[in-house]
Design a protein around this ligand. Structure first.
Ligand code: 3PG
Length: 210
């Protein structure tokens, strides 16, 4: 058995905000601000105590947004994410036991790789869309161009160090299905609850296409 294919997530979007939410009360206005700019597939990382409550709030109150959970690092995270209302899962890296657990998930999974061998191990489990993290520091565009020759069946969702300036070059690659990043949610803008600035940055990001 393999988890549902994540390709549909990217049918109408090429940029996925990767969010670290410290205050649960920011979750809904942040998701709405991003959706107002045209970004309605978002990844909330499990890096803060507020993360699962944030996912639950977004799933309940922002129906136009497809919220996934990122930074899944252990099998037990899968059930917590699913219960919170996550529509997809992503990892920062995917050791074998986690990969096996994820292959049985009932929602789409984007497991991360950073090497060719990791990509091959995930492909052998049936995963066809892989996160490539941390993209900029593990080979970036050069890695993705090179891996396309031996593994043409795989699509990648690079994330980590990508910004408005570098995203277009990633999206021009035939094996990149979308890019992830936090550049449209600057820390100072979120701290100041400057949601109109976030909407403006989201609008520019949403204009990017594969
Ligand atoms: C991720 O988990 O995908 C990254 O933390 C996003 O990377 P960025 O903050 O460098 O954009």
């Amino acid at each position: 058995m393999v988890a549902p294919n994540p390709k549909l997530l990217f049918a109408n979007t090429a940029v996925v905000p990767v969010l670290t939410i410290e205050r649960v009360e920011d979750a809904v206005p942040l998701a709405r601000a991003l959706a107002a700019g045209g970004l309605n597939v978002i990844e909330v990382t499990l890096r803060t105590d507020a993360a699962l409550d944030a996912v639950q709030a977004i799933a309940a109150e922002v129906p136009e947004t497809v919220v996934g959970v990122g930074t899944v690092t252990q099998a037990s995270d899968i059930a917590f994410a699913f219960s919170a209302g996550a529509k997809f899962l992503a990892t920062p890296g995917t050791p074998p036991a986690l990969a096996t657990a994820l292959s049985k998930a009932l929602i789409p999974v984007i497991p991360s790789c950073a090497t060719v061998s990791e990509a091959m191990a995930l492909a052998a489990l049936g995963f066809s869309v892989l996160k490539f993290f941390p993209a900029e520091s593990t080979g970036g565009i050069g890695f993705l161009k090179a891996i396309g020759a031996p593994l043409p069946e795989l699509s990648f969702f690079p994330s980590g160090g990508i910004d408005a300036g570098t995203a277009p070059a990633y999206l021009a690659l035939p094996n990149v299905i979308a890019v992830g990043g936090s550049w449209m949610v600057p820390k100072d803008a979120l701290a100041a609850r400057d949601f109109s600035k976030i909407t403006a940055l989201a609008r520019a990001a949403a204009a990017l296409r594969r």
